[in-house]
Design a protein around this ligand. Structure first.
Ligand code: NSS
Length: 431
């Protein structure tokens, strides 16, 4: 009898007979010996098949196996220092589970559109698997960080009538007789929950009908949004730098192998620790103008502006207190300069751009109502949100971190489409 096991666990069964199930990566035959490399999702193992040690059917199968066929291999575990996980299998039997005909992804360079069309299969390749493991670690680190600090996770709705981030970029949905949208942010609901529970966060998919094709925009992306009662903008930024440092530290500690597969130079990540540098928006504009960027006070920063600003620093950079017009309606007026709001964008180093947008929230009923009207937002949909300012208003702040942009930075991948299992973009809804 053999023991069913995962490749990752082979070391526990040294000398024993085991069965591993997985997909064939490569096969090679040298006379009466064949080498079949099998991947099972937990690792990769080389299976050594000697003709006279296996049933004739197994030997015949060896010669016919194609890339990505699924198989069950039974063999004895043998330590081999040169093998990927330190062990190989001396095969006793080999059974075909599912044949694979003309697998489209070959071990050669393919164009990215072809790979994206075959995303359901591309996920099986080594770099894509490494990316998904880093993403998983980042998501787990997000939950662990907030759980350790006793935040309560709040699941906010995906269908909503309240526009979070502005009219452009909304996906409209027929909601019986009403107009609804796919949510752009869970924040407004997290604010309500902060008055109930103090420290909360939501984590989920968010939607933006982004008409632009850029390296940084998806139409569906995942965001984590903490919201904290009594935090002001300065507290908010301290939470952000602790949070981002924790995530990076976790990826470095637990995804060494994956970052190596992705050939990520980890030296810049090792430097990520609080405090992060902070500059005012007005200062950012002066710096950009001095470097010849055509940008005037009042405009939001573009990707090239962010890259230039961040390149002066070896850690993520906070840009604070943008003009009101450049930002969403809910941000609190800055008492020191009412043309601006108490907010921050966190720019990742090495040109990866904005990974966080955060702010203190407008907690004054009248000012908030004026902003809703000035932005032509459907006032009726915000009655409940205004109520938060009518029944015990409170200073509070929060932020949103984009998971894909953060994982792009950590893994060193230039384009956001690779950081989510099934990307949704302007021209892509398949697979
Ligand atoms: O629009 S944000 O700047 N801010 C919010 O949505 C706030 N409601 C967050 C909050 O305070 N609770 O988006 C936050 C982050 C941004 O920094 C990016 O990292 C990411 O969300 N983001 C995106 N990632 C991928 N694709 C697109 N289109 C995208 N838009 C924002």
């Amino acid at each position: 009898m053999s023991i069913a096991t995962e490749v990752r666990q082979l070391g526990r069964h040294d000398g024993a007979s085991v069965t591993v199930r997985g997909w064939v990566q490569t096969t090679r035959t040298h006379g009466k010996v064949a080498f079949v490399v099998v991947r099972d999702g937990t690792g990769i193992v080389q299976c050594v098949v000697v003709q006279k040690q296996v049933p004739p059917a197994a030997w015949e199968l060896c010669g016919a196996l194609t890339q990505e066929s699924s198989v069950a291999v039974t063999g004895s575990v043998r330590a081999d220092a040169r093998a990927p996980g330190g062990y190989e299998l001396a095969v006793q039997d080999l059974v075909l589970i599912g044949p694979s005909a003309e697998y489209p992804i070959q071990p050669k360079e393919h164009g990215v559109d072809f790979l994206l069309d075959n995303r359901h299969l591309w996920l099986r390749s080594s770099q894509q698997r490494a990316i998904m493991r880093v993403r998983n670690e980042v998501e787990q680190a997000i939950h662990d960080f907030f759980y350790q600090r006793e935040f309560v996770r709040i699941d906010t709705p995906i269908l909503t009538a309240a526009i979070g981030e502005g009219g452009a970029g909304l996906f409209e949905v027929d909601y019986f007789d009403e107009r609804a949208y796919l949510t752009q942010t869970g924040q407004l609901y997290a604010e309500a929950a902060a008055a109930a529970l103090g420290k909360v966060y939501c984590f989920g998919p968010t939607f933006r009908a982004e008409k632009s094709k850029t390296r940084r925009h998806l139409t569906e992306f995942w965001m984590v949004e903490p919201e904290v009662a009594w935090n002001d903008s300065a507290d908010n930024m301290r939470l952000q730098e602790d949070f981002v440092s924790y995530i990076v530290e976790r990826a470095l500690a637990r995804c060494r192998d994956e970052l190596a597969i992705l050939e990520r130079d980890t030296a810049p990540l090792e430097r990520v620790a609080p405090p992060f540098p902070r500059i005012e928006y007005a200062e950012a504009i002066r710096v950009l103008q001095a470097r010849g960027h055509e940008i005037e006070w009042g405009a939001d920063l573009g990707a090239p502006d962010e890259t230039v600003l961040a390149s002066d620093y070896d850690r993520p950079l906070f840009v604070m207190n943008y003009p009101r017009e450049a930002k969403a309606f809910y941000m609190k007026e800055n008492p020191a300069d009412p043309r601006t709001v108490l907010c921050d964008d966190l720019l990742a180093p090495e040109g990866y751009g904005e990974i966080i947008g955060g702010s203190q929230r407008e907690d004054d009923y009248d000012r908030l109502l004026r902003r809703i009207r000035a932005e032509n937002l459907p006032e009726a949909a915000y009655g409940w949100y205004l109520d938060l300012r009518r029944y015990g208003t409170f200073p509070h702040s929060g932020f949103g971190l984009g998971v894909e942009r953060t994982v792009a930075w950590i893994t060193g991948r230039p384009h956001i489409r690779e950081l989510i299992p099934f990307p949704r973009m302007l021209t892509r809804i398949y697979p």
